[in-house]
Design a protein around this ligand. Structure first.
Ligand code: BGC
Length: 431
């Protein structure tokens, strides 16, 4: 089991890029606001520009994936990310900053499709859920690392600390880049290219010869199926329902407000009356709780099942988000806000966080899997983009309490969606 975990983990490092940025930008915002005298709207533009790049990245990722495989696009993504974060770190105007952030976002968009797809393609089917959740694990580990780096770097240089915070991200991206030279190409893609012998030897390395023989047989059969029928098949009546459910799951994960907290945590904590330093410190707690509950979810998702986690988790998210809103409305003590936010994060991490990625990687039949997954992920980024863009705006015009009330409403929508539309996929064999 070492080899599939090793190669999945390296591919999963793609999640680090996105996560580090999400976390680090939250620490950068208060300093950038002062350095460039930013308005709420400009802050929204700066934070969400990365996500805008992601949307473009996901949309253009499809075609090269079929032509160049999975590993090369991941290498390109690591390189572009390094260029993007360093460019932003050394920029002197909002325009240049946003341009490089879009480039970094483009890179993140590519890896957000390719990383989970690659893992799903190399993972033995009985471990697929666990291995795909490694992607979420690197996301939350990256978020925590980002928060920690904000905390360590907050006092390093009062003028240029945001530049240092941003440059730090190139280090894990370099590790990701180096690791990619040790992962093999996806056997499924090699089969598409007619390289059966190569695919067989990689599958043997992953899980032994019997497994390789069996998988080759399955891939051979399914490549005779309409796997290459393009988006026409995905949008056909036959697959409309699973597609809508996948897209719905991805959008609903975002409109809970998870990334409003992830991207703007120190700003939110500042609103409770804390100074920037302790706000960043509390943000680390957010990252830690996220990591602990993600690990918990990874180990129970195959036992408890997907649906019970989604339903109870989203209900707990709704209740804790309501408490966050109330704590601002009634101006309760900042500790109550902190506890409510931590409860929300714990509920998210053990439900929608891990389970959304697992479900969208296993719910689609092989004939539409890659395209339906890309469409779901693009919807996720678009939703994420809008939440990040309008959150500071909403806070300005509607106030913090009402903004969190809107998120509460969407958490309740999640509960209903999970009860009525999600089918249990635990233990279901993928075709
Ligand atoms: C979501 C991200 C989010 C992260 C937080 C992921 O499942 O897709 O948007 O930032 O969880 O842990």
């Amino acid at each position: 089991m070492f080899y599939p975990v090793f190669i999945s983990l390296i591919a999963a490092l793609g999640g680090l890029l996105f996560a580090l940025d999400a976390a680090i930008i939250s620490g950068v915002v208060p300093f950038l606001r002062d350095a460039f005298s930013l308005t709420g709207g400009q802050i929204g533009l700066i934070v969400s520009s990365l996500v805008f790049g992601c949307v473009i990245g996901v949309m253009v990722a499809g075609a090269p994936l079929d032509k160049y495989g999975r590993v090369k696009p991941l290498i390109v993504s690591a390189l572009l990310f390094i260029a993007g974060v360093l460019g932003a770190a050394f920029s002197d105007s909002v325009g240049i900053f946003v341009t490089f952030r879009i480039l970094a976002g483009f890179a993140v968009g590519i890896s957000s499709v390719v990383s989970p797809m690659y893992i799903a393609e190399v993972a033995p089917s009985n471990r697929r859920g666990f291995l795909v959740s490694l992607y979420q694990l690197t996301i939350v580990a990256g978020i925590l690392l980002g928060f920690l780096s904000n905390y360590w770097l907050v006092d390093i240089d009062s003028v240029n600390n945001w530049r240092i915070m941003l440059s730090v991200m190139s280090v894990p991206a370099l590790i990701f880049l180096a690791g990619l030279f040790f992962v093999p190409e996806s056997p499924r893609w090699l089969m598409m290219k007619g390289e059966e012998a190569k695919a067989h030897s990689i599958l043997t390395k992953i899980n032994g010869k019997t497994y390789a023989d069996h998988e080759i047989d399955i891939i051979r059969k399914s490549s005779g199926a309409p796997a290459d029928s393009g988006y026409k098949l995905v949008f056909s009546k036959l697959y409309r329902k699973p597609l809508l459910i996948g897209v719905g799951l991805a959008i609903l994960q975002q409109v809970t407000g998870i990334n409003a907290i992830m991207y703007y945590a120190p700003t939110i904590f500042e609103k409770t009356g804390l100074n920037v330093d302790s706000a960043i410190y509390q943000t680390i707690l957010v990252g830690l709780i996220n990591l602990i509950f993600t690990i918990l979810a990874m180990f129970i998702v195959d036992r408890v099942g997907r649906k019970p986690l989604l339903v109870t988790g989203s209900l707990l998210m709704a209740l804790s988000m309501l408490l966050v809103s109330a704590s601002f409305y009634f101006q309760l003590h900042s500790v109550i806000t902190l506890i409510a936010i931590l409860l929300f994060i714990a509920a998210f991490a053990s439900s929608l966080g891990v389970v959304m990625w697992v479900v969208i990687s296993e719910m689609f039949p092989a004939a539409i899997r890659t395209r339906a997954m890309s469409l779901s992920i693009v919807s996720l980024w678009v939703a994420c983009f809008f939440v990040a863009l309008i959150f500071p705006f909403l806070i300005d015009v509607a106030g913090v309490a009402n903004t969190f009330l809107i998120f509460t409403f969407f958490c309740f929508i999640n509960v209903f969606f999970n009860i009525f539309f999600i089918k249990e996929t635990k233990g279901v064999l993928l075709n």
